[in-house]
Ligand binder design. Sequence first.
Ligand SMILES: Cc1cc2nc3c(=O)[nH]c(=O)nc-3n(C[C@H](O)[C@H](O)[C@H](O)COP(=O)(O)OP(=O)(O)OC[C@H]3O[C@@H](n4cnc5c(N)ncnc54)[C@H](O)[C@@H]3O)c2cc1C
Length: 366
Amino acid sequence: MSKVVVLGAGVSALTSALLLLEKFPTEIEKLTILASEWPGDYHAHDFTSPWAGANWASFAKNDDLEQIKRDKVTYLRLTELAKDEPESGVKPYILKRCVPRSSEKPWYIEEKFVKNIKTLSEQELRFRNLDPELYYGYEFSSFTITPTVYNTYLLSKIRKLGGSVQRIPRLDLITDVVSTIGYVPELVVNATGVNAGKLLRCWEPEELERVHPVKGQILQIYEDLPYQVMVEELPEELNCRADQFLNIFPRAEGGCIVGGIFKKGDWSNTIDEKLNESILRVCRYHVPELKSATIYNTYVALRPAREGGVRIALSTYAIEDISRPLKVIHNYGIGGAGYQSSYGSAWEVCELAAEVLDTRKKWAKL
Ligand SMILES: Cc1cc2nc3c(=O)[nH]c(=O)nc-3n(C[C@H](O)[C@H](O)[C@H](O)COP(=O)(O)OP(=O)(O)OC[C@H]3O[C@@H](n4cnc5c(N)ncnc54)[C@H](O)[C@@H]3O)c2cc1C
């Protein structure tokens, strides 16, 4: 029987904790989640999970088979949740996505993986002020996840399965888990998002460089929309910034979130008022259904990105004055895809955990 610590309480940590408890009921004696920020906390813009869109529209490149696998597993799980457990905060929506004609068809359309694929008509593109000579569009079944509802749901499932939780001040180094909890756990899962590089800096200074924020800025509006809309590589006429795009995701409880921007390397917590105006202008222009949209809140948050993509790997770290090293499975650096790949990533954490935990079961690989 093993003691497991999960460091972090964002969607990566909570999904990992839940799957570990479900898959290893006889191997895990105690699972404790340690984190500074929890579902329901809104004070930290570097605790990303409360601030996500959050929808499913895989960013995986057509040759990135590992990321495609993660996104596929999660799409299937979200399909089940939306159908069987709407209280989870997962709601099905059609996503209408418009991209330049020059862009590659994503894997999920190419493979016909997602449900209810249709091409958008030229008439609809014109209605959205997009030139059909330059843009094409498709729609398919996606989901909106209301982050805090969903993460609270995950947490309650974890508690039902016996997981315990503890709020702690921010740790300085990954090995500080040991002094915080008072013993050396058999396994630690490191799901500390954009701060993961700092915790590893003594052993892997390169992680400090690799892990970086990609700042987002969001408007929240009262008006509803019966589908999601995404427009990428915005046409020139509205003088948008190069890293700007349009994302509109309606929420189960009403209203929509409107984004946004991908601002790489910016750790700041400041709202750019000019950008707010631009996001609203773009929303009203390309989604005439929302031409009288009214904002009730705006915010910024940091996507926890990493050069080379998410790190899901097993490492060991020496602890001062203790002979046994700390075994750590990392699950950080997922950037703007933390919800849409959460189950696939957590499944990989479980595959690695099977190598550490005292298990005699055959582990079914994905
Ligand atoms: C504007 C915006 C829109 C987005 N839209 C989408 C979307 O549509 N779909 C999608 O899939 N994703 C989306 N994302 C991305 C998604 O939100 C993230 O990928 C995801 O939330 C990352 O979760 P995480 O658990 O890895 O990290 P976090 O949520 O940041 O959690 C990190 C956890 O670690 C803890 N922690 C960190 N450092 C320490 C420390 N030193 N000591 C103790 N605890 C620590 C924190 O307290 C926290 O509990 C969006 C993000 C943004 C900003």
